[in-house]
Each structure stands twice: as C-alpha cells, then as structure tokens.
Design a protein around this ligand. Structure first.
Ligand SMILES: Cc1ncc(COP(=O)(O)O)c(C=O)c1O
Length: 390
C-alpha cells in the first residue's frame, strides 16, 4: 500500500516544517520532475480532503522564496505595502495590458460579488448556469435581482445558445470557463462568437468570464478572453491565485477589463487590500511560468489516473480542464459522499440538477488519489440500492 502524504510526514517527523527539495524529489511514491517546497501537512482529523478544489501542492519554490524574502520591516510598516505596485506590474506585463486594465482583490470571490452588485438590480437579471460556481447567483438573490438559471447541455458544457437567449436585456452573464464543477471548457471560437454576438444584440449586458481554472485547461483550442476584455467594455475576466498557483490561503484574485468597467466593479463592493507577503508571492508566481507548466502537467497526470480508475470501474467522467473531476456514479451524490466520509475521504457537495447521479472529486496528490480510489472502489462495488437500504 502506498504511503500517504500525511503518514509520510508523520514518519519523517514533526520537526521538519520545510523539507529540502532534493529530499522531496527523492521520495519513492511521488517522484516529481520539478522542485517543490513541501510543508508538513495538517492533520485534518485523519480525513483525506478532496472536496473543495484546493491545490494540495501549494505554491512553487520561487514563490515561497519571495515570501521569505519579503519577511522584513514591511510587515511592521505595511499599511500601504510598497510591493503592491510590483504585483500590478507583474500581472499587467504578463497579460500585455495596462495597469488601468487591472484590479486586485482578496481572492476572485469578491470580484464576482462586486460585478454582480455593479451590474444586476431589481430589473437587471443575472444569467448563470447550473451547475456552476454560485457566488454570483447567491449575490443576486441576496440583492433581490432576478436570476435566470440555464442548465448545462447534454455534454455537461455551458449551453451557449440558451445563455445567449436568456441574456438579452440582462445585467450580467456569469460564464465559468472552464466550468466548476463539470470541468468542461469552451474553445476560443465559441467564446468569441458568444461575446461578440451578445455585444451586438444586448450591448448593455456585461459578461463575467471566470477563468479560475484556466491554467489547467489542456489543448490549444481553449484560450483566455483577456484580449476581448481589453477590446470590449462589456467583458470582465476574473482570475484567481487559489488554484494552479496554490495560494488559496494567501487570498489573491484579479480582474481585467476596460478602466470604466473596472471602476463600476470596484465601487460596488469592497475588494479587500493585498498584504505585502501576498503581493510578493503573486508577483513571483505569475513570473514563474516554468512552474505553472509543471503544475499543469502534474495535475493532468493525476486527472488521467483518476479518470482511468473510474473508467475501469465502469463510471465515466467529463474531459476535465480543472483540478476536479465530475463523475457519473449512477447514484445519489449524498449516498456516495457519506459512504466515503465513513472511510475518512471527503468528496464534493451536491451539485443540482446532477445531485442524483454525479459527484465532484477534487484532485489531491497522486498518493492521495491512489488511497481515495481504493475507497471509491469499495464504495461503488456495493450496489446503489443495497447502500440506500442500509
Ligand atoms: C469558478 C470559481 N471562481 C472563483 C472561485 C473563488 O476563488 P477565490 O475567492 O479563492 O479566488 C472559485 C473557488 O473555488 C471557483 O471555483
């Protein structure tokens, strides 16, 4: 049986909070082709947590070094951290946009909330999908704005035609590409046609392209909508450092759009202020494109293993462009979730309208997925009805 990440670190000993990269690379079960700083994993009550699309590897080595190098006087005198401008310059230069095309926030969640508040109202609807990430929907409902929910199509991708029809006269369309939880992604041709078509037929409707998982997208057909956000006042692209950059706990996200569009978003809701360590990490991480390539490759290796394991058990998942997989387990997600939790593996919540058939599983490390798959095999080999009757 393989060694779990947690038991591995327990074996190594609690004293080594940060292990040398060489040591980590040398370890048997998870040899990686790239350097990583490994932290001692927390003891999550013995649970394997693959339920919230977090990154089990954390930030890259250069990013951790940048954080350490910023642990200076700035932390004491840092109400206006002097390296936030460096973060802005790094992001703007990465995407070839002006600094005025960019706002940052403590995660992309506040940006989603702010865009909804800026552009939806009692007579300006939000158009969103089901299932998809729900911050915009929750915000619109809290505001009393109408919400038009468009179910994903048969392939579990966003239904672009139906969303276009629903969006006529709406305030904001939330378009998650790649989509959480289904993992599906739309290619550049489809996205551009959708955006330009809507800009013509409903010019006052804004489109929020959530590209939280974009760094995990595979193939050349899927492209960022950032050039369209530069060109058109109706497009906002939201990005997060919480996924492939491995910085969920550091809280950093940003939006790219035209300055006037961003002004409305920034005025609608508090976006938080970026602290000096997060700014240093954000600048270092976006520059470290080699690390991002490695992170994408590692995620793909673990995704392929996990999808194949389910296929071998007779269950299909979508072609995931994310750090999660969405699997047709042919039984209620709740039954599966509870049976896995009884074996100390936590998987995703219900995702209506697929809560009777599908589960979302976040990709942990390869070792974690090997352990999880052994549990999934036991749980899924019991017939759905026999479990339900228990
Ligand atoms: C699609 C999507 N957008 C945005 C977020 C928000 O992430 P954060 O606020 O950590 O940037 C998440 C988090 O899971 C997500 O899945």
């Amino acid at each position: 049986m393989s060694v779990s990440r947690r038991s591995f670190f327990r074996t190594v000993g609690a004293g080594s909070a940060v292990l040398s990269a060489d040591f980590v690379i040398g370890r048997g079960h998870e040899a990686m082709a790239f350097e990583r700083v490994e932290f001692q994993a927390p003891d999550d009550g013995g649970f394997l947590r693959i339920d919230s699309n977090e990154n089990p590897r954390g930030p890259g080595k250069l990013t951790v070094e940048a954080i350490k190098a910023s642990t200076t006087y700035r932390m004491g005198r840092g109400y206006a951290p002097d390296n936030v401008m460096e973060l802005y310059n790094a992001i703007a230069s990465h995407w070839s946009v002006e600094r005025t095309n960019l706002i940052t926030a403590t995660g992309s969640g506040p940006i989603l909330e702010a865009a909804t508040r800026a552009y939806c109202s009692a007579d300006k609807a939000l158009v969103t999908a089901a299932p998809t990430f729900t911050t915009c929907e929750q915000t619109a409902r809290r505001m009393g704005a109408p919400v038009k929910v468009v179910p994903v199509d048969k392939s579990l991708g966003l239904d672009v035609e139906a969303m276009t029809a629903a969006a006529q006269g709406a305030g904001l369309v939330f378009f998650c590409n790649p989509n959480n939880p289904t993992g599906t992604a739309h290619d550049a041709v489809t996205v551009e046609k959708f955006i330009r078509g809507l800009a013509q037929s409903s010019p006052d409707t804004k489109i929020l392209m959530d590209e939280a998982y974009f760094d995990y997208a595979h193939g050349t057909a899927v492209k960022t909508a950032i050039p369209l956000a530069k060109e058109l006042p109706s497009v906002i692209v939201a990005r997060t450092y919480s996924k492939a950059h491995g910085m969920a706990g550091l809280r950093l996200g940003y939006a790219i759009a035209q300055p006037e569009t961003l002004r409305a978003v920034g005025n609608a809701w508090g976006l938080g202020s970026i602290n000096t360590l997060t700014a240093a990490a954000g600048a270092a991480s976006i520059r470290d494109t080699a690390h991002m390539d490695e992170e994408r490759a590692e995620n793909a290796r673990i995704r392929d293993f996990t999808l194949q394991a389910f296929r071998d058990m007779g269950f299909e998942g979508t072609d995931a462009h994310t750090n999660c997989v969405f699997i047709d387990i042919k039984r209620p997600a709740k039954d599966f979730r509870e049976a896995c939790a009884a074996e100390k593996v936590k998987v995703g919540r219900d995702f209506p309208p697929y809560e009777k058939s599908h589960t979302r599983i976040t990709l942990g490390t390869m070792d974690e997925m090997k352990q999880a798959v052994a549990v999934f095999r036991r749980v899924l080999s019991a017939s759905p009805s026999s479990r339900a009757a228990q």
